[in-house]
Design a binder for this molecule. Sequence first.
Ligand SMILES: NC(=O)c1ccc[n+]([C@@H]2O[C@H](COP(=O)([O-])OP(=O)(O)OC[C@H]3O[C@@H](n4cnc5c(N)ncnc54)[C@H](OP(=O)(O)O)[C@@H]3O)[C@@H](O)[C@H]2O)c1
Length: 310
Amino acid sequence: MKRLQYHRYGGPDVLTLADAPTPTPGRGQVLVRVRAAAANAMDWKIRRGEMRPMTGRKFPRGVGHDFAGVIERVGEGVTRLQVGDEVLGAARLQDAGAFAEFVIADEPSVAHKPEALTFVQASTLPVVGLTAYQAVTRVGRLQPGQEIFINGCLGGVGRVAVQVATGVGASVTGSCRSGSEADAQQLGVDTVVPFDLDHAPLTGQFDVVFDTAGTLPYATARRMLRPGGRIVDIVPSVTKLARSILPGPYTAFMGRPDSDDLQHVADAAGRGEIVTRISRTVTLGDAIPALIELENAPTSGGGKLVLTID
Ligand SMILES: NC(=O)c1ccc[n+]([C@@H]2O[C@H](COP(=O)([O-])OP(=O)(O)OC[C@H]3O[C@@H](n4cnc5c(N)ncnc54)[C@H](OP(=O)(O)O)[C@@H]3O)[C@@H](O)[C@H]2O)c1
């Protein structure tokens, strides 16, 4: 099969489209024929070696996590998924490999694709959808009538977080780049503020502060909280992870595989309640320049790059 891969951590020049053996699913895993695969910031963070403690030193490594496709084979012990099922999911962080004709995924990381979604639409959901949903509802525990601040509300995760929060019945304040206010309002953000806002007037206002960009200083986020409020940050660092294990309102959060949560997000998208923005689709053969362009783009606007594989 064809897949994007690399033999050492580094810049975009390490990427190649190569022939690789089609993998065999192990116990609890499925082999999926990929029809569409979406890019995420973690794809190039991993390739640069920034997540080395989690991704190890085994090469060649595949690229890409988010996919939608059709189950080709199921491993021993898989009961919920069958050959021929149309699915969406994410490859393991350690293995990646969704930018390929076939990918392996663990059963809990895969959900059924609603008929109303195309493969391209479905492929954009797993990483940003699951992370936003779990951050807002499971870690943030956002309730109807509460208020949430979403830093970076027009990013891939931010966009889904806004829709999950408004779906819960919460009121949303979101930050975005100046000039994008109308886009944020259209998405459902009640109050739109710039990235570089003086946060003092927002003191004590929020039940949940969700930092999707990882740029909000802890002291600022802390001041913005109501008593009992929670801060969720999805861009971890060593300092942030250390803070996260201390008692207090702060969690540095990594999305975790959960097929029920992923199915919930997929079904909501199938009903039109969660909509992702797709900025570009290219074939696997044209993927490398498109991925480099996205990696170097000063602003993504939250639009997803999707690779299609026929
Ligand atoms: N922990 C996890 O499980 C997990 C899962 C998914 C993603 N992530 C991480 O979360 C981050 C966001 O992911 P994404 O897919 O949403 O990326 P994205 O689509 O690139 O969105 C990032 C957003 O942050 C905004 N932003 C940039 N500078 C900012 C600033 N100074 N203040 C506030 N917002 C700012 C961007 O605005 P512009 O586009 O206007 O620049 C954009 O809206 C990435 O670092 C990614 O690696 C973590």
